[in-house]
Design a protein around this ligand. Structure first.
Ligand code: ZN
Length: 361
């Protein structure tokens, strides 16, 4: 590390000699121009307008996608205790909701469904009158310009809460990858038929993007893009979401399909595979504890639009701390979102979208 120290401090480490590479980089650093006291970085921070002119990253409401939770029934609004400001809504309430979202300047929503009933295979997910399918139609008729992304998975629809159908592996239950692909393909076509603009598979099944692409193309939805949750981690930060979507696994965990939080290089393999299978947009989830993954994915694939999911736990932590007077909610939220964009995200799914829209209006 001492290769990066300035020469006077370096002289204190008299027992180490610079390697040729270190000597080279030190020469390069001094080639940049004058150093202190001629160079003073604080000069560019003296005036607010100048700070704005040199600002590298700016968050805009146009970068944001708002998640919505849809429940059965009519005129039903169920507050989500762990996510202040968010409710489960019945489809009929989405007419006013969609108009309000457009009014705020938020360009897109992502839908999660809580079905009327759950079973072993999540069959409620495939119905034309399912909660998400109804919600898409409501939003599209109320606000045709609002982009509707649908989350594609089975954890909200199965009674066991896992992201697909189960298989017995010698006494251990696991999600059957290839049988789940077939269901995901049908679910994608059902969403597209209802009018979804973007399909976002989140189950981390191998081959899911290719299976969905094939099915969409065969059903003449070749124009419908796929936003793949390419690098989705088995994260503790999903806690509040599981209350919101009523999707907690009834046994075990999701470690056999979602990624190990310890792995970053593996994310590059996941992303490359999904791109090869035809993903149009890719996602890293969660965002805040995975800024390095966002950065690496952006560096590896700068040409591909990258989405990051600022997940429920990240949102609820800030809300809880702000409610206790421990953090400034507005400044903290904007700093979090700015850091996600600075790391390389082009768009952010965030529960803070409405707050941000009001703050930046
Ligand atoms: Zn799932």
């Amino acid at each position: 590390m001492e290769g990066g120290l300035c020469p006077p401090i370096r002289q204190m480490f008299w027992w180490t000699q610079p390697t040729p590479l270190e000597a080279h980089s030190m020469t390069q650093a001094s080639d940049f121009g004058p150093k202190f006291p001629q160079l003073r970085m604080r000069r560019l921070r003296q005036h607010a307008a100048l700070r704005e002119l040199v600002r590298e990253t700016e968050i805009s409401v146009r970068d944001l996608i708002l998640p919505l939770f849809v429940r059965p029934g009519s005129n039903a609004r169920q507050p989500i205790a762990s996510m202040p400001g968010h409710d489960q809504l019945s489809a009929d309430l989405l007419t006013d909701e969609a108009k309000a979202i457009v009014e705020l300047g938020i360009p897109a929503v992502i839908l999660f469904g809580i079905p009327a009933w759950k079973d072993l295979t999540g069959s409620a997910a495939l119905r034309d009158d399912g909660v998400v399918q109804q919600a898409i139609r409501k939003i599209k008729s109320a606000a045709p310009d609002l982009l509707v992304v649908t989350d594609l998975c089975y954890c909200e629809y199965t009674d066991h809460g896992h992201c697909g159908v189960l298989i017995d592996r010698g006494g251990r239950s696991d999600v059957d990858n290839d049988a789940t692909l077939e269901l995901l393909a049908q679910q994608a076509v059902s969403h597209a038929k209802a009018g979804a603009d973007v399909i976002a598979p989140s189950g981390m099944m191998d081959g899911m993007v290719a299976a969905i692409r094939r099915a969409l193309d065969a059903a003449r939805f070749d124009h419908t893009p796929i936003l793949s949750y390419a690098a989705k981690y088995a994260s503790a930060f999903y806690g509040p979401f599981r209350e919101a979507a009523e999707s907690a696994p009834q046994f075990g965990d999701r470690a056999s399909y979602q990624m190990d939080p310890a792995n970053a290089r593996e994310a590059l393999r996941e992303v490359a595979l999904d791109l090869a299978e035809g993903a149009d947009l890719i996602m890293v989830k969660p965002a805040l504890s995975y800024l390095d993954v966002i950065c690496r994915v952006k560096q590896a694939h700068p040409e591909v639009p990258l989405c990051a999911y600022n997940v429920s736990g990240e949102y609820s932590m800030v809300k809880a701390a702000a409610a206790n007077g421990w953090l400034d909610e507005r400044r903290t939220t904007l700093e979090v979102l700015t850091s996600i964009k600075r790391a390389g995200a082009d768009m952010i799914i965030t529960y803070s979208a409405k707050d941000v829209a009001q703050w930046l209006a």
